[in-house]
Design a protein around this ligand. Structure first.
Ligand SMILES: Nc1ncnc2c1ncn2[C@@H]1O[C@H](COP(=O)(O)OP(=O)(O)OP(=O)(O)O)[C@@H](O)[C@H]1O
Length: 540
């Protein structure tokens, strides 16, 4: 928690950089916020680094360090005048006497006093006024009792990028974010592809998932191999002594419902291969995928009027087989219209959780493409043809884990022909239609620069490697000074930039640990139920 008191004295100001001498005994942490008061103006300063100030000669340093090494007592004359610590900070905001916070337009005088930031000042920065809570403000490694939120309406269409090394807390963030969206009760939609099956119940015994939230009975839509027909899945939660009944749909999609663009938008096919897909679709009717897969290349060649090279047919068959898999998900004559079912739930503001623990890489890619394409196209058409109806649709965010698999230069065709896929299209054009991407990756250096730039909200968890953090720093505002902090983040700690949420600087946060956050939401729900239910004996 914040101690009230003095942190130091300003010794230098240049541009928006402030250097201050750290007061004796004061604890200053990288990433913490402090305030400098000067002539009625209040400057908010974010500490980004440290530098010792030494007026000792080289000979004095040699003598003193040698003594210290031998464990001898070191008595330094006028120590506080000749050797002290300074902190380097960036002025991130200025609060006028009327209490309004804005970007800095002036600087504090030298020798102004630097002090702890109290809760009142923190509130003026309006980091807590959005509707999607994600964590607490953090000073160094200490969390402060003040929540940080994103503004969903503006953040979602402008995409979110979540980056972090192995074990940095990406999945925990994903669950927290999904829980916050669920808690908006239909204001926004989110589509999650969960290849590890860790969102519904957590990944280990003792963890919690979305099923633990009572609102999951109404606002979660589960697509899963755990059910055989559309209905509800009964989930027992012994740790809560409760049972949930969650809307569920089988993880099945009739292959006859697929169209050539479902394949081409995976970005896997060359121009001639795309032409073949369309030709097959026109000639073979609803059974076109099955015909492509089962007929031999020579007979397809003949049936398609010898318009496509046999080699192209063979390669295309192989790629289609890779994407469609062995029929577990993309089944023949099973009549499941998964994409339509999901679209109708997205239009109602649901969190759609698609569990794919046993899907192959190809099946996962095709499934994600079909669903993202259907949502994007439907939102786009709605905006163009029925704008009054489009206005009522909830903004939707499509979560893509391992985003570098879809959005790297390599995935988009390498140095040759650019092959757009549905996610690169959403990254470029989704904003207009309220369709955003939530891109999660541990390898941001692989992403296309444009994708990093266009994601206006970034959650930067611990990222140890230089190419990765450089990519983020180079393409985001406010992160120029954040390198040292990003390198020293612990798990669950993050630096957040979000212009759409009104943040004017890189905010240091501690993401809620999911289990703690989930328990809080459960308590909140129980309390709201108690208020709604009349007490026994009272008139309804
Ligand atoms: N905000 C947090 N507070 C406390 N613990 C956390 C937080 N975030 C993550 N952890 C813990 O850190 C560990 C790794 O978290 P998580 O699985 O979310 O990381 P990840 O980045 O998704 O890892 P991977 O790259 O292996 O998928 C987990 O044990 C989790 O409980």
């Amino acid at each position: 928690m914040i101690d009230l008191g003095k942190l130091g004295v300003v010794t230098w100001v240049e541009g928006t950089t402030v250097r201050f001498r750290i007061a004796e005994g004061a604890r200053v942490e990288r990433g913490m916020l402090a305030k400098v008061e000067d002539s009625g103006r209040r400057f908010i300063v974010k500490v980004v680094d440290f530098r010792p100030e030494s007026l000792l000669s080289a000979a004095e340093v040699a003598v003193i360090s040698s003594k210290a090494d031998k464990g001898e007592r070191v008595n330094l004359r006028d120590k506080d005048l000749r050797l002290y610590d300074t902190a380097i900070g960036v002025i991130v905001a200025q609060i006028d006497p009327d209490g309004e916070a804005h970007g800095p337009t002036s600087v504090p005088s030298i020798f102004s006093s630097v002090e702890f930031l109290d809760k009142d000042d923190l509130e003026k920065l309006k980091l807590h006024t959005g509707d999607i809570p994600i964590g607490y403000i953090r000073f160094g490694h200490d969390q402060v009792d003040m929540i940080v939120t994103l503004d969903g309406q503006r953040v979602i269409p402008h995409h979110i990028l979540v980056v972090g090394g192995t074990g940095a807390g990406k999945s925990n963030f994903g669950r927290v974010f999904a829980a916050s969206i669920l808690d908006t009760k239909g204001k926004y939609s989110l589509v999650v592809f969960d290849c590890e099956s860790e969102y519904l119940l957590g990944s280990r015994p003792g963890e919690m998932g979305l099923a633990h939230l009572p609102l999951s009975e109404e606002y979660l839509f589960l697509v899963t191999g755990r059910v055989n027909r559309p209905g509800r899945l009964r989930v027992e939660l012994p740790e809560l002594g409760e049972v949930r009944s969650i809307p569920a749909y089988p993880l099945k999609m009739d292959v006859g419902r697929l169209k050539p663009h479902d394949f081409t938008l995976t970005g896997e096919f060359s121009g001639p291969q795309e032409e073949l897909l369309w030709l097959a679709y026109k000639n073979f009717g609803e059974d076109w995928v099955y015909s492509l897969l089962t007929a031999d290349a020579r007979s397809i060649y003949a049936r398609l009027g010898r318009l496509t090279a046999v080699n192209t047919i063979n390669v295309t068959k192989r790629k289609v087989k890779h994407l469609v898999g062995d029929g577990d998900i993309f089944c023949r004559e099973c009549d499941y219209d998964l994409a339509s079912a999901i679209l109708s739930m997205v239009a109602k503001g649901r969190v759609v959780l698609i569990e794919t623990p046993f899907a192959s890489e190809g099946e996962e890619k095709l499934l994600a493409t079909v669903i993202a394409e259907r949502i994007f196209r439907s939102y786009e058409e709605m905006r163009k043809k029925l704008p009054d109806k489009w206005v009522t649709l909830p903004p939707v965010l499509i979560m893509v884990e391992e985003a570098h698999r879809y959005l790297s230069a390599q995935a988009l065709g390498g140095k040759g022909e650019v092959r757009e896929n549905i996610f690169s299209i959403i990254a470029k054009r989704g904003r207009k239609y309220k369709v955003g991407g939530l891109y999660i990756t541990q390898m941001p250096s692989e992403l296309m620069e444009a994708v990093v730039r266009q994601a206006l909200t970034k959650i930067v968890l611990s990222l140890p490697t230089r190419p990765d953090y450089s990519m983020i720093i180079n393409h985001s505002p406010y992160l120029d000074e954040a390198e040292s902090e990003i390198k020293t983040l612990d798990r669950g700690e993050a630096v957040v930039v979000s212009q759409p949420s009104g943040f004017r600087f890189a905010v240091s946060i501690k993401v809620f640990p999911y289990e703690e956050y989930c328990s809080r939401l459960i308590e909140k729900h129980r309390a709201s139920q108690l208020i709604q239910k009349p007490v026994a004996g009272e008139e309804a």
